[in-house]
Write a protein of this length. Structure first.
Lengths: 223, 377
């Protein structure tokens, strides 16, 4: 069992969730509440990582973060080391390829709130912040929870993009999915089997917990 | 501009056309009635600031909420409106108590709960404070919505078809409750409904709307029996609308005589119309009296007309009759009589019957050539 790889995967998944949670709430809320020209194109752009092959996405991310790109050069001038093949680069890639997994369930969650409920909140004198905090977030909670779980589980399992932008540097970019692949390449099927089982278990627990909580929330509201 | 109550002037040509003039005094219940799509809810939402309107003015207790000319608009949350939505729009994840408490954020936390319990008790929901909306019946949900709307001590109470989502028995009970509650209310109350009976029962004044235009406002009984024009007559469900000529006025007897299909009919004195003028007239269902066949009945000598029953349509406890007066080719007279009266008088299709048109109920309107009188349904 490669504990360092598991640890790195969990860290990457947690950081991705922490970054995407506020971003997803903001974007999901904005997309659910507003209609504007070109909205379909914005939604299509945000959904793009769902349909692109991971290698294609990884390639563009690699180009975007490379030493010759403005982002890569900026990062290197500030931190003194390249963005690609680093944990930070991997995190940036992870955030980008998880955008649809985070935003879409949250957007659906906010869209499921009846518009009159928001109107009623305004008539009650609630500020926008209080409406978000007291009314919209609790009502969109099942969507937010699915987004968190999907993002977390998807990060744990992502392979292609990680390999393209992170390589396989132990402790830095070698996630559990990469470690499993390495073990299989080295004919260590027992090691690969243990890690695969661990990944399966973690994913199952995360998804199971999310479904359980969502169904509890629903039944509580229909008591 | 310091007069109490609410004054509303709204105009726009699209997307939803509006040309509305409304006033509602403190403690008064104004019913906005009109068919679906007549702009009732749009006006209510505009008062609350939930719908943007291009031109107009909204003043509440002397305070300007909207002035289209100055592009001035007070946000919904600052308008202090109590709004009961058609489907109540309760916060589904909060208990009845917390639904009401959310509307009392200006009060100190400690006082909020006490006051919310008081308001819930006022709408007879004591003991159900901790239930979420889904665990309450339709009628109870409506009461929570009313309690939440009143909790903020609003300057105007807006009710959007508040009885449409409950069954008939509950609706009757809620009518009584609202009628009792309204005596305690000191703010203007605007009730949107498409149900004319509801407006008659609950409102002090009624305003008829069509395609965003306010056509007539006034005492509900007056609007329902004395419409300003043919359009309003049709909107308030008056089916007996005919053309006639004014013959003369008799101020002493308080009567105006008109000629309708060779009948000389005496109507309540309406001197605004000159002798010789063509008019449209209508009569409300309550002013049509069926003659008894066995013995003379009340008002039999008052504007008697006779005709043959073209259609006999039982509708529960009543029977709707379509009667051809002066021949089957002319627009018929419609009247509804209790089923037992119809049976006792042997009324059936093809039978000749006599009807009195009570003078008090005959109402004259300007001639409207654009509309043909009502035809059999």
């Amino acid at each position: 069992m490669d504990w360092s790889a598991l640890n790195l995967s969990l860290k990457l998944a947690a950081c991705t969730v922490l970054i995407l949670l506020p971003l997803g709430i903001w974007a999901g809320h904005a997309l659910a509440a507003h209609h504007f020209r070109g909205k379909a194109w914005v939604e299509a752009l945000l959904a793009l990582p769902l349909v692109l092959p991971p290698t294609v996405l990884g390639y563009y991310l690699l180009v975007m973060m490379g030493g010759t790109s403005p982002i890569g050069q900026f990062y290197e001038s500030v931190f003194g080391r390249p963005l690609v093949f680093s944990f930070e680069g991997l995190l940036l890639a992870s955030v980008i390829f998880n955008i649809p997994f985070a935003i879409q369930p949250m957007q659906r969650g906010f869209e499921a709130i009846a518009p009159e409920v928001r109107d009623a909140a305004a008539c009650c004198g609630l500020t926008r912040w209080r409406t978000l905090w007291r009314i919209e977030l609790p009502l969109a909670w099942p969507g937010i929870l699915s987004a968190v779980v999907l993002t977390f589980a998807h990060t744990l399992g992502e392979f292609g993009v990680v390999l393209m932008v992170g390589g396989s540097i132990p402790g830095e970019t070698k996630t559990i999915a990469i470690a499993i692949y390495d073990r299989v390449q080295a004919f260590d099927t027992a090691g690969a089997g243990v890690m695969s089982a661990a990944l399966l278990l973690i994913s199952l627990i995360a998804i199971g917990a999310a479904y359980f909580t969502a169904s509890r929330t629903r039944s509580h509201r229909h008591d | 501009m310091t007069e109490p109550g609410i004054r509303i002037r709204l105009q726009q040509s699209g997307p939803i056309p509006l040309d509305a003039v409304l006033d509602c005094a403190p403690g008064e219940v104004l019913a906005l009635v009109g068919p679906s799509g007549s702009g009732k809810t749009t006006i209510l939402r505009a008062i609350a600031g939930l719908q943007r309107v291009k031109h107009g003015l909204i003043h509440c207790n002397g305070e300007c909420w909207f002035d289209g000319e100055r592009q001035f608009r007070v946000e919904t949350r600052q308008r202090r409106v109590g709004y009961v939505f058609q489907n109540y729009a309760l916060f589904p994840h909060l208990s009845a108590l917390h639904n009401v408490m959310e509307a009392m954020l200006e009060l100190p936390v400690a006082e909020r709960e006490r006051r919310a319990r008081d308001v819930l008790a006022r709408v007879r929901l004591a003991g159900l404070e901790h239930r979420v909306p889904a665990a309450l019946s339709g009628g109870q949900q409506q009461r929570v919505a009313v309690a939440r709307a009143l909790a903020r001590e609003p300057r105007v109470l807006l009710l959007d078809e508040p009885f449409s989502a409950v069954d008939r028995a509950t609706r009757q009970r809620l009518y009584r409750e609202l009628a009792e509650l309204r005596r305690e209310l000191a703010m203007p109350v605007i009730l949107v409904t498409h149900d004319l009976d509801e407006a008659m029962m609950l409102a002090d004044r009624m305003c008829v709307l069509h395609q965003g235009r306010t056509l007539q406002s006034g005492d509900p009984y007056v609007v329902m029996t004395r419409p300003d024009n043919v359009e309003v007559a049709h909107l308030v469900g008056l089916r007996n609308v005919f053309r006639a000529g004014v013959l003369a006025h008799d101020a002493e007897r308080g009567l105006t005589t008109i000629e309708w299909r060779k009948h000389r009919l005496e109507a309540r004195l309406q001197p605004d119309f000159q002798a010789g003028q063509q008019v449209t007239w209508t009569i409300s269902p309550g002013h049509l009296v069926l003659h008894r066949r066995d013995r003379p009945s009340r008002g039999e000598r008052e504007n008697p007309v006779s005709g043959r029953v073209l259609e006999y349509l039982p509708l529960g406890e009543n029977v709707a009759l379509t009667v051809a007066v002066n021949g089957p080719d002319r627009p018929p007279l419609f009247l509804t009589v209790p089923a037992h009266t119809a049976r006792r008088n042997g009324i059936a299709q093809g039978v000749e019957i006599g009807v009195s048109l009570l003078a008090e109920g005959i109402h004259l309107m300007p001639a409207d050539e654009s509309r043909t009188p009502a035809k059999p349904a």
